[in-house]
Design a protein around this ligand. Structure first.
Ligand code: C2O
Ligand code: CU
Length: 528
């Protein structure tokens, strides 16, 4: 029996949005397979329902029934000014990052070999002020080519870090200097953009925060990078980074979860403190639904994917997909006592603990101020527009690829490990590096329709721009914030509107790293 089938048998908890029946069925499944699960350490991290047909009803027909306004007759949309964009201050923040193998402790008392920036997982937190220029020299001491992408930051196109689109891969022993002046304040992150299924999983990521001098005075400003790891009992990361089962389903879901490179991290707060917690989902595939439990506090979302929301949103129920960030405004009650847990409730019968807030010390007076917010341009008129492009997401077999156009993988091991059918992910029938190309115009609103013709989850990420979701499965949506990454459930149709402000060739891809690695990426060209 192959390791693939035993791996598949562990994946019985489906990360669809749970409802009562799901929870009940899952509970039974847990009882039945409990022995297996325990024996396999905590390997209940799951994949999903698979591509074999019997999924959720197809709601695409709804969307098709809309009477759509043709491109030539559309009006303009309100223009966009994302953050409080400022001129460069002339201040340069310099940093050198070395990507190299390292050993860290993710689970207390156990060592894990990782790949890391400057020896730690996550890499060093980069914090700059709006207007500062960031200059990072990356030295590659890995046994593999690499690159860095500055997720969410509107950098010049040549600094965006996608090999084959914005730069050449950085060879082992090589260096590359990234330089940019972030135009928008907010919570961002940086990560390898080469073989992310292996390089992010091994630990090559970190946070970059762009502070706005007008930000209100929170008692503390914390960054929590949420991740999961598929780990053996001896602490070794499962070395099969190219599991075909994971490619075909929703990527590699870990069996241990934690924050800032640890499964037992904690932060200390005093009763009454009001803190800003910047959460990043840095995992290669897992969707996280963070919420606090076990104590008295108020928590609401004040920024999504870096940018302030129109008005604060409840934290409860917010699905943080790989790539997404939220800033959370947390007020600890004056009479609170700890610990208060941040837990993930996405696919579990019981919420799974991620990090503890230890409430310690004397109560302090709660700072009072209005949380950051931004008026959001109203793009609802675009709901009726015909999409500029419909992007269909599907799994294709290698043989089905047009004319056998697939090039041999540039890197050894790209298709390593597994036997049997070879499938790849495709956007509009084309699989990266032979990907599709979308043409957009600078300053002209661009409507994209994503159609998920598969049973897997797909957090779709567009580089270099923010967008608003205007419809989901044919129903109008007004989320009240911009995004750079939107999650599609199996069979979902999601309409987004982009206002391209930065010229160049940008990557558009699924942030489930195994999907991106196996073809699910295309080019988004912005020209004037
Ligand atoms: Cu965070 Cu192209 O990715
Ligand atoms: Cu995907």
């Amino acid at each position: 029996m192959s390791s693939e089938s035993s791996r598949a048998s562990r994946r019985l908890l489906a990360p669809r949005r749970p409802n009562a029946t799901d929870v009940f069925v899952t509970a039974i499944a847990v009882l039945v397979i409990g022995g297996v699960v325990v024996a396999a350490l905590l390997r209940t991290g799951s994949a999903e329902t698979g591509r074999e047909g019997d999924e959720v009803s197809n709601e695409v027909s709804n969307a098709a029934a809309l009477v759509e306004v043709d491109r030539s007759q559309r009006g303009q949309l309100e223009p966009v000014a994302y953050g409080a964009s400022v001129a460069p201050s002339g201040q340069v923040v310099e940093l050198s990052l070395v990507a190299a193998p390292s050993t860290v402790s993710i689970v207390e008392g156990i060592e894990t070999e990782v790949w890391a920036y400057n020896g730690t997982v996550p890499g060093p937190e980069i914090r700059v002020e709006l207007g500062d220029t960031v200059r990072v020299e990356l030295r590659n001491e890995l046994p593999h080519t690499t690159s860095i992408h500055w997720h969410g930051i509107r950098v010049p196109n040549a600094m965006d870090g996608v090999p084959g689109m914005n730069q050449d891969p950085i060879l082992p022993g090589g260096t590359f200097v990234y330089e940019f002046t972030p135009p928008d304040a907010g919570t961002y992150w940086y990560h390898s953009h080469l073989r992310g299924n292996e390089q992010l999983e091994r630990g090559l990521y970190g946070a970059i925060v762009v502070e706005d001098p007008t930000d209100p005075p929170y008692s503390q400003d914390l960054v929590w990078l949420i991740d999961d790891w598929l780990m053996e009992t001896d602490g070794r990361l499962d070395p099969n980074f190219d599991s075909m089962v994971d490619v075909h389903h929703s990527g590699r879901w870990g069996n241990v979860r934690g924050v800032n490179g640890s499964t037992s991290d904690s932060a200390q707060v005093a009763p009454g403190e009001r803190i800003r917690v910047r959460m990043v989902n840095a995992s290669t595939a897992r969707i996280v639904r963070p919420d606090f439990e076990g104590g008295t506090l108020d928590a609401f979302v004040i920024a999504v994917d870096g940018l302030p929301v129109e008005r604060p949103l409840p934290l409860d129920g917010f699905d943080l997909a790989p790539g997404n960030r939220i800033d959370v405004d947390v007020t600890v009650a004056v009479d609170a006592s700890g610990p208060i847990m941040l837990s993930d409730g996405f696919d579990d019968v019981e919420p799974h603990p991620l990090i503890a807030l230890d409430v310690v010390g004397e109560p302090v007076e709660t700072p009072r101020f209005d949380p950051p917010s931004a008026r959001l341009p109203d793009w609802s008129p675009a709901f009726d527009w015909a999409p500029d492009e419909t992007i269909e997401i599907s799994l294709v077999s290698d043989d089905m690829m047009a004319g056998g156009a697939m090039e041999a993988p540039a890197e050894p091991g790209t298709l390593a490990g597994d036997e049997g059918e070879q499938f790849r992910w495709a956007l509009n029938g084309r699989s990266w590096p032979d990907g599709a190309v979308h043409q957009a115009e600078l300053g002209r609103p661009d409507k994209l329709r994503f159609v998920n013709d598969s049973g897997a989850l797909h957090p779709m990420h567009l580089h270099g721009q923010f967008f608003q979701v205007v419809a989901r499965n044919g129903e109008p949506v007004r989320e009240g914030f911009f995004r750079d990454t939107v999650l599609l459930d199996p069979q979902d149709t999601v309409d987004v509107v982009v206002m391209p402000l930065d010229a160049g060739s940008w990557a558009l891809h699924c942030h489930i790293q195994l999907h991106g690695e196996y073809g699910m990426m295309m080019r988004y060209d912005v020209t004037s």
